[in-house]
Design a protein around this ligand. Structure first.
Ligand code: GLY
Length: 387
């Protein structure tokens, strides 16, 4: 079967299921599921994942034109206004929250109120920039005694497109320079010699000097948290796409080449590429995010044409097809082994993990579903580009 026909079949299954799920979840802000039914984060409105349901709705609205998706997305966008008005709930995750909601709405419909929300979120993100260390501060302090003023995290590479969007709208170079300076700092201090990346890097917030790295959501310092690798892979690719600066393409390729060397035969990813050999915990979200990054990275590469065929004979040994086919391998594994296609169950992906040291592993997480849909829609040509 050709890759396109396979992806179209998966896309049809997504659309069939999501119409049912969107109808029964219309007033929710989902994160995970309990007994197959979405929870609701409406009372936890500052949670970093709260935009992804909106992103799913806009992808589905773009692909089908069905009003239920637009209505759900608009409702969620309005709920997030409570977050915009709470400074303690504003952190570097504004890209994840408002690119998928307000900015998506503005891009699709030209809505002025959505533009306003997007700009407020962008200016808040830009305000987190430390000009001496040239990094965007990640989180606010958690009240547990840890001071995080000098902490930056690799995930932030995915929030930079909010700054690129504002620059593209306004031609105000502050946004572009801020994003590029953060990306350069991340390339220097997060990406290791072998192409793996740190999750957290701590800088001295007064002098800007590097202090140390932290293991964060991976197994420990020096480990290789798979979702962090995926954020870096997709994030540097996006910085290249927005700036056309070759150094970001080279950095994305370095991370991608390392990533490809670690993908297990099954195409299913562990929580950390360096987790103990007897640990079987998986994270399907990392596979979905990395697939999106690899599909975009493949498009950025010069050279051979993409094959439309999944047979070994069709796989050429060059960057373009190698990245594309690695994404296909993971997407096939997810669609065939880790997707729940039951109409009675709200989630798509299973075996998603938030962090290695959490008590629970292998559950359902909304952004896994978001990136899986985005990746499949990239293959079918139905994607609405969010980043
Ligand atoms: N941005 C936090 C995470 O990936 O879990």
């Amino acid at each position: 079967m050709s890759e396109k026909i396979w992806a179209e079949e998966i896309s049809e299954k997504i659309k069939e299921k999501l119409e049912v799920v969107a109808t029964r979840s219309k007033d929710k802000v989902p994160y995970g599921t309990k007994d197959g039914i979405f929870d609701d984060q409406s009372n936890n409105i500052c949670w970093w994942t709260n935009g992804f349901w909106g992103g799913m709705m806009w992808q589905l609205y773009h692909a089908t034109g069905k009003e239920i998706y637009r209505e759900n997305a608009e409702k969620l966008e309005e709920k997030l206004d409570e977050n915009l008005m709470r400074y303690e709930g504003m952190d570097h995750d504004s890209g994840f929250k408002w690119l998928t909601t307000a900015v998506a709405n503005y891009r699709l419909t030209g809505n002025k109120a959505s533009y306003n929300r997007g700009r407020l979120a962008t200016d808040n993100l830009a305000g987190r920039f430390n000009p001496v260390g040239k990094f965007i501060r990640a989180w606010n302090d958690w009240g547990d005694g840890r001071v995080t003023t000098g902490w930056a995290i690799i995930d932030c590479m995915m929030n930079l497109p909010l700054l690129y969007w504002a620059y593209e709208e306004t031609e105000d170079y502050r946004y572009l320079h801020t994003a590029k300076m953060h990306a350069d700092t991340a390339a220097k201090y997060f990406v290791r010699e072998d192409g793996s990346v740190n999750h957290i890097v701590e800088f001295n917030p007064e002098t800007g000097e590097y202090v140390k790295s932290h293991g964060g959501q991976g197994c420990g310092e020096g480990s290789s948290w798979t979702r962090g690798q995926a954020w870096a892979l997709y994030g540097f690719t996006l910085s290249y796409m927005h700036t056309k600066e070759d150094r970001y393409l080279q950095c994305a390729r370095k991370v991608a080449d390392y990533f490809l060397s670690q993908i297990p035969q099954t195409g299913l990813l562990p929580v950390d590429f360096r987790q103990p050999a007897d640990c079987t915990w998986e994270d399907s979200t990392a596979a979905a995010i990395a697939s999106c990054g690899l599909l975009e990275l493949a498009k950025c590469m010069e050279g051979a044409e993409l094959t439309n065929d999944l047979t070994d004979a069709a796989v050429k040994e060059n960057g373009k097809t190698t990245y594309h086919n690695a994404a296909l391998k993971m997407l096939h594994a997810l669609a065939e082994k880790r997707c729940n296609w039951s109409m009675d169950c709200d989630n798509l992906l299973e075996k998603c993990t938030a962090a290695f040291h959490d008590k629970e592993h292998e559950f359902t997480i909304i952004y896994g579903d978001y990136y899986f849909i985005e990746a499949i829609f990239k293959l079918t040509g139905e994607e609405f580009f969010i980043w």
